[in-house]
Each structure stands twice: as C-alpha cells, then as structure tokens.
Design a protein around this ligand. Structure first.
Ligand code: FAD
Length: 411
C-alpha cells in the first residue's frame, strides 16, 4: 500500500528525468494526491525505453526470486528491498494494468505480448496526464543555485529556479547519450559532497583490433550458437562482429568481469566455443572424415558445419593459420582465444555501471546530504546483466524513492 495524504494537505513534487524510473516515481506520487511536475531535457520522455523495445522489450525475468536477486551481484543487498516491494510479478501486473499483457519466453524472460514499448509508453503517459502530472520537456536540470533551489535551463538558454516539497532525481546513467542520459549530473552531485562511483559501460561490446581484411568482410555478421568463457563463467548465445570487435548478448553477459579485468591488466582473453553442442571427441571424429580433395575451409564448413565467419575467425585468431591435424583443429574450435583490448565505450553500451553510492542514500533512497531529494534508476551505483533485470531494478527503485518521499513529507 502506498501512503496517501489528506486532500487538504496536498504537497508538490518535482521529478527530474522522464525515463522509466522517473515516470514510475511520478505515477506513485500522483496516486498519493501529490501535485507532480516532471522535467525532461529532451523534446519527449522515455526515449531509451522506446529504444529498448526495438529488439523486443524484456521487462523482467520469471526465474525463482532468490536466483533473480543474485543477478545484482554485490548490490543484491542494496536492491533487495526495492525489488521485493515491486517484484517481477508486481511489474507484470502493472504492465497488465496498462493493457500490456506479458508472456514468458523460452529463456524465462518476460515480454509484453506486443514485444514493443511504444504501446506501454503511450498508455502510461495517458494515465499520468489523467492523474494531473505536468510534463515539462526541453527542461534541462543544471544542479542547485547558491541558495539550494533547483536550477533549470530551457532550450532558448534561459534559466529559472524552482523547488517543491520533495524532489526525485531519475537522470539515468551515461550510455546512449543521444537519448538524453549523459551523466551530466555527476558534477552537481559532487558539488554537494555526494560520492559518485565512476560511470562505466555495462552490457557493452569490446575492441579486438581485427585485421582490415577480416573487419571489411565480416563486420555486421552474427556468430550464432556459440558459447563464451572467461574466469570460470560461461555464456552461451550469439555475438555480432563489429568493425571494432564484438557485441551482443553472450558478451554482454560477461561484460562486467571482462571490463574489470581489462581495467586491472590492460587487456584480457576471452575463449569462444564455436560448436558448444558438440564434444571435443565428436568434433575430432567429424574432422577425421576423409577430405576427398576439398580445401580445409570447405571441409570445416561441411564436416563441422562452421559458417564462413566462424572459419575466418579461426584463422584470424590463430595467426592466419588453420592447423591440419583434426585434434588440434577441434581443440581450437572448442576453445578459441580472443584478446580483448578495451571496452567498446559507454556511448554504445546497453547500461551503465557506477553512479551514486548506496552509502549516500538512506533506506528510502533519500540523499543523506540533501534531505528531501531522492534518487532512482540507473543513476544509482548498481549493474546487472540483460534479461529484464535492468528495467526491474529501475522501476522498483523509482517506486521505492516515491514511497520514501511520500512518507518523508507525511511526517
Ligand atoms: C538499446 C537498448 C536496449 C535495452 N533493452 C532493455 C531491455 O530489453 N530490458 C531492460 O531491462 N533494459 C533494457 N535496456 C536498459 C534500460 O532501457 C535502462 O536501464 C533504463 O531506461 C534506465 O532507466 P532510467 O529511468 O534510470 O534512465 P533513462 O531511461 O536513461 O532516463 C533518464 C532520463 O533523464 C533525462 N535527463 C538526464 N539528464 C537530465 C537533466 N540534467 N535534466 C533533465 N532531464 C535529464 C534523460 O533525457 C532521460 O529521459 C536497454 C537499453 C538500451 C540502450
């Protein structure tokens, strides 16, 4: 249950950031009878959420709740209350209340039936407007003025200050900055003495330094049904060859440990299994079949069912050589080392690691150093793999910050 205020005791809230965390906070605040104004720097709200829906909007995951929580790694303890209060099933009910029934895909991931975010965003905005939320777009928050008022800048460069009984900041991380969230809020926090862990790419691609020949021929091609391994972790799935290196689901799953290893050692090595469905012996057996005058590349294509991109990756990663001996070749197919030189950069990452440290907020996500100001979503210091864990924590922290703000002003 959300705490509610008496009608004669209505209060005001400013929510800054019109992503899913800010919209969820606005919904809960307005439900409680609080007059909400939401400021968004872009011409429209929810741009990253709309982008998220392009490849199929993965809202949450259906796995056992205890397993679900472990996806937040070291931040499990900091996020568990929020995710318990706004759980995966509560999220599905909420989507249903917006006319977006959900289903569980074959991997356990949860999607709206339409697979898209646009119908959900449309219905959500309609509901917020109905509940009296005022949305001010092209309104860039620029921190606080000397007197502690919120400072805004309009598109024409003019400034104004504002304030409300409570403020919720939901400014996102720094990935895909062209969609609005660019981490520009970090200095404003630091100016108030708030510790912010450096913003880093999460669920990101990596740079490999392909030869020009490989890059020109294969950039943009997928490597399907592979498995990546690093540091005892294994991620089956698919990756895409890019001009710089690799991106896609399987490498995103290992991105946090790969990124941290690169930070420590300057580079790191990833192992790729190009035929995870076959044992080493089964592969050797296939490769030992007579070649009957075929080139080795043709033999690999037919006997091991490798795609041209996989065959050329074998060469690329092995000094341009394809070993002739079946067992050596099979071992390479099962365990091909690829040296990663750098992360692919935050601008193309799916999400952001780092942000406002949990030690800077109380149990209601209120900034200890700035009473009355709450924070939510990706601007907090947590990360999670893809699979619905991002939106789940974003929406859950938006809800938690709003509930905390309501009890703060109800006191
Ligand atoms: C390509 C892609 C696909 C994705 N797919 C999925 C998926 O399927 N499932 C999933 O769980 N997650 C997915 N994500 C991640 C998910 O979209 C994000 O985790 C989520 O949008 C973060 O929500 P947020 O509200 O914290 O921040 P954001 O969505 O980034 O919203 C922050 C808002 O604040 C505004 N803002 C920033 N600074 C200011 C300022 N100074 N003044 C005013 N406004 C400001 C921004 O313009 C933005 O609108 C995907 C991300 C990408 C890039």
């Amino acid at each position: 249950m959300n705490p509610t205020l008496n009608a004669d005791n209505y209060r005001t809230a400013i929510v800054i950031g019109g992503g899913p965390a800010g919209l969820m906070a606005a919904e809960i605040l307005s439900n409680a009878g609080i007059r909400v104004t939401l400021h968004e720097r872009m011409p429209t709200v929810g741009r990253k959420l709309l982008m998220a829906g392009r490849g199929g909007l993965n809202l949450t995951h259906s796995e056992a709740f205890e397993t679900f929580l472990t996806r937040y790694g070291a931040r499990m303890g900091s996020l568990s209350d929020a995710v318990e209060d706004f759980s995966p099933s509560a999220l599905r009910d909420w989507a249903g209340s917006l006319g977006q029934e959900t289903f569980i895909g074959s991997t356990g991931r949860v999607f709206p039936r339409t697979m898209k975010s646009s119908p959900l965003v449309r219905a959500w905005l309609g509901r917020l407007v109905e509940r009296g939320v005022t949305i001010v777009t092209r309104s860039l928050w620029r921190g606080w003025d000397a007197g502690g008022a919120l400072l805004f800048q309009a598109a024409d460069g003019s400034h104004w200050t504002g304030g409300a009984d409570i403020t919720i900041l939901a400014l996102g991380g720094a990935s895909w900055p062209r969609l609005g969230a660019d981490g520009g809020w970090v200095p404003y926090m630091e100016a108030r003495g708030v510790t912010v862990a450096p913003l880093q790419p999460a669920n990101c691609g990596f740079t490999i330094g392909w030869s020009a020949v490989f890059r020109d021929r294969f950039a943009g091609q997928p490597l399907k049904n592979i498995a990546l391994s690093h540091g005892g972790y294994r991620a089956p799935g698919e990756v895409m060859i890019t001009a710089e290196g690799l991106e896609g689901g399987a490498i995103y799953a290992l991105a946090a440990i790969l990124r941290d290893d690169i930070a420590r050692g300057g580079s790191t090595t990833l192992t790729i299994d190009l035929r995870p469905d076959l044992s080493l012996d089964a592969l050797v057996h296939r490769l030992e079949q007579p070649r009957r005058g075929q080139s080795l590349a043709n033999h690999l294509r037919k006997a091991a069912s490798l795609s041209p991109v996989a065959i050329n990756l074998l060469r690329e990663a092995n000094n341009n050589l394809l070993p002739d001996q079946a067992r050596i070749l099979a071992a390479l197919i099962k365990s091909l080392p690829l040296r990663l030189l750098a992360t692919g950069g935050i601008a193309r990452a799916i999400s952001t690691a780092g942000g406002i440290s949990f030690s800077e907020v109380d149990e209601n996500l209120m900034l200890r150093r700035v009473p009355g100001v709450f924070v939510a979503g990706e601007m907090l210091d947590w990360e999670a793999p893809t699979g619905g864990y991002l939106l789940q924590a974003v929406l859950a922290t938006g809800a938690k910050a709003a509930r905390g703000a309501i009890s703060y002003i109800s006191r």
